[in-house]
Design a protein around this ligand. Structure first.
Ligand code: BGC
Length: 738
């Protein structure tokens, strides 16, 4: 397991069995591409991975050996339909351009051969570099130091750079370097790609690949390698699986030799792939350019915590992963459940995107947030078709959204089209973005069109029943209970959206008015202030009696299939209303609901931990808030769900930032003011971070029992701090006792 030090996590020993998990954790990327932490000297299948956002195609669905559970059998009456799914869309693995193999006196360096005298590997969250320092002895006793580093440029989507410093410690033997591209990669164990063309000359290699037949995307990868200060003569070769350049030199003991490899990657989704791209600026220049952009982005998202190294290191790591999960340059694709750190979850864009992943960008990089929303705008036309095909009006977005916006199936959830809350989540994302940024141009030019189409969908989807509007037969956020009526999360959020859009429509002089439906839409609430997650929820069993000898810990659906008879939930639904959406349902009892649903939640979706941290903080249970925060930030470092090797849980990790911002610092930004109800972690000495609100930068400092808010806003901004009004501006700082 990685060790947490003050600012980062370090792998201090090489263990072959940790390779797959650590490859996810050590992914380098820039939101355009994600490159797993496999080794330069050898990328094993299923460990190597280089994924470009939205470069997706079709793979054969390989089922895991568990039976469809009972609710599926009950509702998928159409057996043939269930068996129809043979293919699924998936992100496709690119040829592996990390390949740099070094041999000393004829023996190739591999961590599993010879003797490892020293080993450390870590991500530097503040530079987005993956660093590996190794001292290695070959079978002849020749000791050599290798210092590897690599990064994906935040300044240029298409640039990836690697460097290896080689220092012979006790010898002056011949060193040979092989650098190029491994073409033999697979996706989901299947060979999907095919080579269209390639070329190799001296220190350059290039491959042009077809990434699958369904969408027909292509990619072009060029590598250029240099060695200094040695004088070398390169040779280029292409074999079946590898294309590479090779060069050798007589080394001198104690002298440092540097191999630099600059890679250019482009896909046909945004550029010309058909010719090699040989010009390079060199590692150092690329690194400087990268830092100019990335350094600022990281600093803006960074949260400094004093008095708790564990939390500090965890949040820095989580923020790093959040930054490399989202494209900040275009809207061709959007943020996926595993970012670009693995194949699982297929690079689909889920509801995680607007509810969980978007906030950090709204508050720290609004331009990126806008790009994320523009992906949905691009898919509006298809979403209208989806609605029409399902017999409704307006726009119905895919729950598992891929290239074209039609509904894709996913191996673990065959009922994605039931999770129609996605159509409220996207609206929520737009409203949240506008509320915090005040970007009226976006709202007018793009947002309103999406919002009204979404409201038209809801208008046609609600049913008049029991003298009120109801939303029947849906799957809420809790996937253990599909096919329910009046899911609390869905009904409350839809009302909120209908009201907001009616208000916005008035502001723009539009005629759309959804108030009649909003007013009469059933908002589940019992007399005692408890919110039933759906109709009949409280009548179900309070335990989960498993049948069928299930021992799958984290499968989406345990094979017992008894969840629909039980109150045990997979992930929060009701509690999201209070924590993430900040819709505190009137007359409901927050503490009582939290107490109850916390016990009922199995947290078998990692999307549980951050909302739970916030609910605990809001209710003053700070130890609990802390434990959930740690589970949020350490979900994959501790491999809590035992599947970190498949890629990190991006929607969970991003919650670490939000749990501090919303839970501990207690901030809720409303359209005309900021609400603050802080809950400082008792043993933390200091918390410091910044965020953007209405175009101005705000900085928070929580220290010595005091809460200080500063801003560069020229205009006064109203703050309600623990219920008391205050104003802040560039002239006026607010300091209050917590
Ligand atoms: C969760 C969903 C989520 C999906 C992708 C599932 O396990 O239950 O809520 O959207 O994973 O993260």
């Amino acid at each position: 397991m990685l060790k947490a030090t003050s600012k980062r996590f370090i792998e201090e020993e090489y263990h072959i069995e940790d390779e797959a998990l650590n490859a996810s954790l050590f992914t380098t990327g820039n939101g355009y591409i994600g490159v797993r932490g496999s080794f330069e000297e050898y990328g094993s299948l299923r460990i190597q991975g280089a994924y470009i956002r939205g470069v997706i195609d079709e793979i054969i669905e390989v089922m895991e050996p568990f039976p469809d559970n009972e609710y599926m059998k009950k509702y998928y009456i159409d057996e043939d339909k269930l068996k129809e799914f043979e293919y699924q869309d998936s992100v496709i693995n690119n040829p592996d351009f990390l390949l740099i193999r070094i041999s000393i006196d004829g023996e190739t360096f591999y961590p599993w051969e010879g003797k490892l005298i020293f080993w450390e590997r870590y991500i530097e969250p503040e530079t987005a570099r993956l660093v590996r320092n190794v001292r290695w002895e070959n079978s002849k006793g020749d000791i050599t130091d290798f210092a590897f580093e690599r990064f994906s440029s935040y300044a240029d989507d298409h640039v990836y750079c690697l460097k290896v410093k080689i220092t012979p410690v006790n010898h002056s033997k011949r060193v040979e370097v092989m650098s190029g591209i491994d073409k033999r990669v697979k996706t989901g164990g299947q060979k999907i790609t095919s080579l269209l063309s390639e070329s190799v000359k001296e220190n350059m290699t290039y491959v042009h690949t077809l990434m699958g037949k369904k969408y027909g995307f292509e990619t072009g990868i060029t590598t250029v390698t240099n060695i200094s200060p040695a004088q070398v003569k390169w040779n280029g070769k292409s074999e079946d699986g590898l294309i590479y350049n090779i060069a050798g030199f007589e080394s001198e003991k104690g002298r440092e030799y540097t191999v630099e490899k600059c890679v250019h990657i482009v896909s046909s989704r945004e550029g010309d792939v058909s010719v090699p791209h040989e010009e390079t600026l060199g590692y150092d220049e690329y690194f400087n350019r990268h830092m100019e952009k990335y350094g600022k982005a990281f600093e803006m998202a960074d949260i400094h915590i004093s008095g708790d190294e564990k939390a500090d290191a965890g949040i820095r790591f989580a923020n790093y992963h959040s930054l490399i999960s989202a494209s900040h340059t275009d809207s061709i694709h959007s943020v996926a459940a595993k970012g670009l750190t693995g194949e699982r979850y297929n690079d689909f864009v889920w509801w995680d995107c607007e509810v969980y992943q978007l906030p950090i960008f709204i508050y720290t990089a609004p331009e990126t947030a806008k790009k994320i929303l523009m992906y949905r705008y691009r898919l509006l036309e298809q979403s209208k078709k989806n609605a029409c095909e399902a017999g409704f009006k307006g726009a119905k977005y895919a729950f598992c959204s891929s290239v074209e916006g039609d509904e894709r199936v996913w191996i673990y959830a065959r009922h994605p089209f039931m999770q129609i809350h996605i159509n409220a989540d996207i609206a929520w994302g737009i409203i949240h973005y506008y509320t915090v940024t005040g970007d009226i141009d976006f709202l007018r030019d793009y947002g309103m069109e999406m919002l009204t189409e979404l409201c038209e969908f809801w208008k046609s989807r609600v049913e008049w029943h029991n003298g009120r509007y109801e939303i029947r037969c849906v799957t809420g956020t809790d996937e253990h209970h599909p096919y329910v009526d009046n899911d609390a999360y869905t009904n409350y959020l839809v009302k909120f959206v209908l009201d907001k859009v009616t208000e916005y429509a008035k502001m723009f002089g539009m005629e759309n008015d959804y108030s009649e439906i909003a007013d009469k839409l059933y908002q589940p609430l019992d007399k005692n202030g408890m919110i039933p997650q759906f109709d009949g929820y409280f009548d179900l069993s309070r335990s989960l009696e498993e049948a069928g000898g299930n021992n799958a810990v984290n499968f989406q659906m345990k094979s017992s299939g008894l969840y629909h008879k039980s109150q045990i939930i997979k992930q929060p639904d009701v509690m999201l209303l209070y924590s993430y959406l900040n819709i505190n349902p009137e007359n409901s009892d927050y503490a009582a609901n939290w107490d109850y649903y916390e016990k009922m939640c199995e947290s078998s979706s990692s999307l549980s931990f951050a909302p739970h941290s916030i609910c605990s903080a809001d209710n003053g249970r700070m130890l609990s808030a802390y434990n959930y925060l740690i589970e949020t930030a350490y979900i994959d470092v501790y491999d809590i769900h035992k599947c970190g090797w498949q890629g990190v849980h991006s929607g969970c990790l991003v919650g670490a930032w939000y749990a501090v911002f919303r839970g501990i610092a207690g901030i809720v930004c409303r359209e005309k003011h900021i609400e603050i109800n802080p809950h400082m972690m008792p043993w933390w000495e200091k918390v410091e971070f910044s965020f953007m609100y209405h175009g101005a930068k705000f900085s928070v400092l929580m220290k010595n029992g005091e809460y200080t808010l500063t801003t560069d806003s020229k205009d006064e901004v109203k703050v309600i701090f623990n219920g008391n009004k205050a104003f802040v501006s560039s002239e006026k700082t607010m300091t209050k006792s917590m």
